[in-house]
Write a protein that binds this ligand. Structure first.
Ligand SMILES: *Cc1c(COP(=O)(O)O)cnc(C)c1O
Length: 397
């Protein structure tokens, strides 16, 4: 769909369209056996022909063929030259921070992923990096807080759980005007819907745990960049710190990447359907989904993304307790944190993902007691509607 059209319309089309690259990029049938799928190279070390003369691999923390195939696949899908895979999304984010020094300043959104907020404040502030959290949709505000020491602008879009859209191109420009790098956490959109490097970002970070893995069965992360010097640093820290994914984890993530376009199409279709239905629901006061025309940044989302994704939030006219009951009594939706798997998940930010934020701050940030976040899966849309309808009716009767 949109990706194919984009590829066809661009002056320098890649050899193949996104869907084809998702299946094949980074992979050739195994030379020795013809195995169509990349084998799980369960080996820690590799035979050398003479001391120091190896055939591309010497030790599996440094490199492993299953990992290489995953890294090449992801780099290709993001339209970048270099990919690196990690043991988790947080390990990937940590690797970016490893590249900075004491005294460096980072600007980021006030609604970044909780784990990102934690590693910034509770790990790297101790190493004398400093962080400023602002509303990154307010570019004037971003310009105000950038200093001579600012080396990194860390962007998420869409954000969690209110699905705010950040303008990657505009933020990358601000970063570059100040000699800083722009990194985008592309976990929510995935490269199928949004390719930050094309819009000027320097680094793309991923939790592969979510949509790329896609089946809630693996924890992994990745970094992609076009900058050879940055990639070399990522490789140095990947090997030195050692938070690398196992060959089995790489196999699962690569298997997920192959079906990413097919799954994302259904995630988007179901989310669009559910958002429209919730928007008309008598007990729902507000729906946060960038695909709705009522979303304040719908136009930006339409320009920056090829579709609007599978994540949405909505606000019930209900108390904290009633809302807790709704999310606890769905059958098809599973009550759980995380997102991006084939199964639909539901959660209450106020008591779960965002419970660490004090109640008053939470209110002020728009994370009300009646807020519900869903990761819309690939089940039948009518079953999803019926399940939510019944859970809401039972809890609010
Ligand atoms: C889950 C997530 C992460 C962290 O990834 P892990 O694989 O859980 O370490 C980072 N950013 C975003 C947006 C996420 O959703």
């Amino acid at each position: 769909m949109a990706n194919s059209e984009r590829d066809a319309a661009s002056g320098t089309p890649p050899a193949e369209r996104f869907e084809t690259r998702a299946v094949h990029a980074g992979q050739e049938p195994d030379e020795e056996t013809g195995a169509v799928m990349t084998p799980i190279y369960a080996t820690s070390t590799y035979e050398q022909d003479a001391p120091g003369e190896h055939r591309g691999y010497e030790y599996s923390r440094t490199g492993n063929p299953t990992r290489t195939d995953l890294e090449e696949n992801l780099a290709d899908l993001e339209g970048g030259a270099f990919g690196r895979a990690f043991a988790s999304g947080m390990a990937a984010i940590n690797t970016v921070l490893n590249c900075f020094d004491a005294g460096d300043h980072v600007v980021t959104g006030d609604d970044v992923y909780g784990g990102t907020h934690r590693i910034f404040r509770e790990v790297y502030e101790d190493y004398d990096l400093s962080f400023t959290f602002v509303d990154t949709t307010d570019h004037e505000r971003v310009r105000e807080v950038v200093t001579d020491d600012t080396e990194l602008l860390w962007v998420e879009t869409p954000t969690n759980p209110l699905m705010r859209i950040n303008d990657i191109g505009a933020l990358a420009d601000i970063a570059h005007e100040h000699g800083a790098l722009c990194a985008v956490d592309n976990t929510f959109a995935t490269p199928y819907l949004q390719r930050p490097l094309e819009r000027g970002a320097d680094i793309v970070a991923h939790s592969l745990t979510k949509y790329v893995g896609g089946h809630s069965d693996v924890v992994a992360g990745a970094l992609v960049t076009d900058d050879a010097a940055l990639d070399e640093q990522f490789g140095f820290y990947q090997n030195s710190v050692g938070a690398t994914p196992s060959p089995f984890d790489c196999f699962l993530a690569l298997r997920g990447a192959k079906t990413l376009p097919v799954r994302m199409d259904r995630h988007c279709e179901n989310a669009r359907d559910l958002a429209a239905w919730l928007d008309d629901h008598a007990d729902v006061s507000r729906v946060y989904y960038p695909g709705l025309e009522s979303h304040p940044q719908h136009d930006l989302a339409a320009a920056q993304m090829d579709d609007f994704g599978g994540m949405l939030s909505f606000e019930l006219d209900a108390t904290l307790e009633e809302t807790a009951e709704v999310v606890s009594t769905t059958d098809v939706f599973t009550l759980a944190e995380s997102l991006g798997g084939v199964e639909s998940l539901i959660e209450q930010p106020a008591t779960m993902t965002h419970a660490a934020i004090p109640a008053e701050e939470r209110e002020a940030a728009g994370l009300r007691d009646g807020l519900v976040r869903v990761s819309v899966g690939i089940e039948n849309a009518a079953d999803l509607r019926a399940d939510l309808d019944r859970a809401i009716a039972d809890a609010l009767e």
